[in-house]
Design a binder for this molecule. Structure first.
Ligand SMILES: [Zn+2]
Length: 146
């Protein structure tokens, strides 16, 4: 599992320091990040359940006189498996969404971050702030699938 930081609410000062478009974009990014974090938690939980019910389904048939128990155990494991697959695909979609947003954000940091004509430090300040406050790196590629 990849460790993901828990984003805090963006404070007032932060909103004044950077262009509103960027702040809105980053807020959306944090929402997606949180969404992915929750989905990964669910995925891990269902994986544990799958392991348990799978072990049960393998074990019960070896007990004498447990035909219905075997069928029930197998059915349960199968149901958990389908559920796990669904949660897992949610993780994948959240991950793809976050990646798209990440690249969008990186693009904004490259071009059109602020209205200054000459070279300035605004985008770098933003990167630095995001890293310090959220431990999210906007210096390169988005975090991997873990
Ligand atoms: Zn600037």
């Amino acid at each position: 599992m990849l460790w993901l930081p828990l984003p805090n609410q963006i404070n007032e000062r932060w909103q004044q320091d950077f262009p509103p478009v960027i702040v809105r974009l980053f807020e959306e990014y944090l929402r997606r990040w949180e969404e992915l974090r929750r989905a990964r938690k669910r995925e891990a939980l269902w994986l544990i359940l799958l392991t348990l019910t799978g072990a049960l389904a393998l074990f019960v048939p070896w007990l004498p006189g447990h035909l219905w128990g075997s069928i029930g155990g197998f059915g349960l494991a199968l149901a958990v498996f389908y559920r796990y697959r669904r949660v897992s695909s949610q993780v994948y979609h959240s991950f793809v969404n976050l990646n798209v947003l990440h690249h969008h954000l990186l693009g904004k940091l490259e071009v059109g971050f602020c209205n200054h004509v000459g070279p300035c430090e605004c985008a770098d300040e933003f990167r630095h702030h995001v890293w310090r406050k959220y431990h999210i790196s906007l210096y390169g590629d988005p975090p991997g699938m873990g």
